[in-house]
Design a binder for this molecule. Structure first.
Ligand code: NAD
Ligand code: DAU
Length: 366
């Protein structure tokens, strides 16, 4: 059995691939075709432990390349497609929305078309068991006030950034392909993830990396915006469960009931670093916190009601915020090379030398 994963060299996709192949039993024996464009956020070094593992076939390419996707589907006959591929950083979408429109909307459209055509030609159990799982975000629901109830799956869509608007559009397309063509889709809307292999442009890894480098820790606005945090491996376990038991056409919110103001996150990261790798001058890392200009249109609060996935699919996160954040800080302290390569761009060279031949072997375009 085979799965096609898109965006599997990014933060969540790569964690998903690594965790999937580490599963005991039949799941861990399945082949994963990993289609990733390798934008700045895609890092095959994250997947280096899979080098030479026949269960992982990496293909560099774009979800918007319908010919390539159609060929991969025809060749590998996957039982499911999981779509992680996206432009994912809100600040980048504010500076330059176009890539977000291209990948998140147009790319998802082309992927849907290729998958519809493939699925339409399947027969019997292959057709009835097939699933397309679209990985989305809580940001499509907009911003909550302090006393508002957490987002449920029926909350109205009110995206506020070019990023969240592009993800909302992709969710609507996925929904429409189920409603109109009967494509067996599953959509998940997850809260903020954190954990190993997180690109250090996002809040938690940026704070760890800057703190260790003696740089300022930039907190937007008053630092009292609230996000709802989930350890990435818990997101991956939720996706495995949704793929296994989710009902086609259904949406599942994923979250860990972990709302925290940003400033508290930054202070907790600083306290963990004070404990695990104190500053040479004996000062607290929190001395590096610097308040900076706010993000335009900054959403004030996100909170996920994860009641449906808990009730209907029996999923629960394994980590608390305290255990997950400690593991994350420890991972960054133990992996300075991964950080250094990401920051220097050296992993781009690594792509050339280590993956060119694998992509060619898989028949992928350069
Ligand atoms: P990421 O930016 O770390 O990784 C995205 C990956 O997609 C990269 O490997 C990139 O090379 C690849 N990619 C980009 N454009 C592509 C294209 N056109 N074709 C093929 N591959 C392409 O993102 P992430 O944080 O891992 O997020 C993965 C998914 O999960 C996204 O859809 C995102 O919206 C969603 N999500 C993220 C979070 C979070 O906290 N990070 C939370 C909820 C949902
Ligand atoms: O909610 C899910 C979303 O979480 C995902 O869909 C996105 O792909 C993911 O990037 C993330 O979006 P956020 O904008 O919430 O994440 P980010 O890490 O960029 O910022 C988290 C909060 O921290 C946000 O309120 C902005 C603030 N922030 C961020 C950075 C990078 C700062 O105060 N300073 C910073 O330097």
């Amino acid at each position: 059995m085979t799965l096609l994963v898109t965006g599997g060299a990014g933060f969540i996709g790569a964690n998903f691939v690594l965790d999937w192949l580490a599963q005991p039993g039949p799941a861990g024996r399945e082949t994963l075709i990993n289609l990733d464009k390798l934008t700045y956020a895609g890092n095959p070094e994250t997947l280096s432990s899979l080098q030479g593992d026949a269960r992982h076939v990496f293909v560099q390419g774009d979800i918007g390349d319908a010919t390539l996707v159609a060929r991969l589907l025809a060749e590998h006959q996957p039982r499911a497609v999981l779509n992680f591929a996206a432009e994912s950083h809100v600040d980048r979408s504010i500076h330059g929305p176009e890539d977000f429109i291209q990948t998140n909307i147009v790319g998802t459209f082309h992927l849907l078309e290729a998958v519809r055509s493939y699925w339409g030609a399947l027969e019997g159990a292959a057709r009835s068991d097939f699933r397309l799982l679209h990985v989305s975000t809580d940001e499509v629901y907009g911003s909550l006030g302090p006393g508002d109830a957490a987002f449920t799956e029926t909350h109205r869509y009110e995206p506020n950034s070019p990023y969240s608007a592009s993800k909302a559009a992709s969710d609507h397309l996925v929904r429409a392909y189920h409603h109109t063509y009967g494509l067996p889709v599953l959509t998940t809307n997850c809260s903020n993830n954190y954990g190993p292999y997180h690109f250090p442009e996002k809040l938690i890894p940026l704070m760890i990396v800057n703190a260790l480098a003696g740089k300022p820790l930039p907190v937007y606005g008053d630092g009292l915006q609230v996000r709802d945090w989930l350890f990435v491996k818990d997101h991956c376990s939720a996706l495995r469960r949704v793929l296994q038991a989710g009902q086609p056409g259904e949406v599942y919110n994923v979250g860990g009931w972990n709302e925290k103001p940003n400033i508290e996150i930054v202070q907790t990261v600083c306290a963990l670093l004070d404990e695990l790798q104190p500053r040479a001058d004996g000062q607290a890392y929190s001395a590096q916190i610097t308040y900076v200009k706010d993000r335009p249109g900054h959403d004030r609060r996100y909170a996920i009601d994860a009641g449906k996935i808990e009730r209907e699919l029996g999923w629960k996160p394994a980590e608390t915020f305290e255990t997950g954040l400690r593991k994350t800080v420890q991972w960054y302290l133990a992996n300075p090379e991964w950080v250094a390569h990401v920051q220097s761009g050296a992993y781009r060279d690594w792509v050339q030398t280590h993956y060119a031949h694998e992509a060619a072997a898989a028949g992928a375009r350069p």
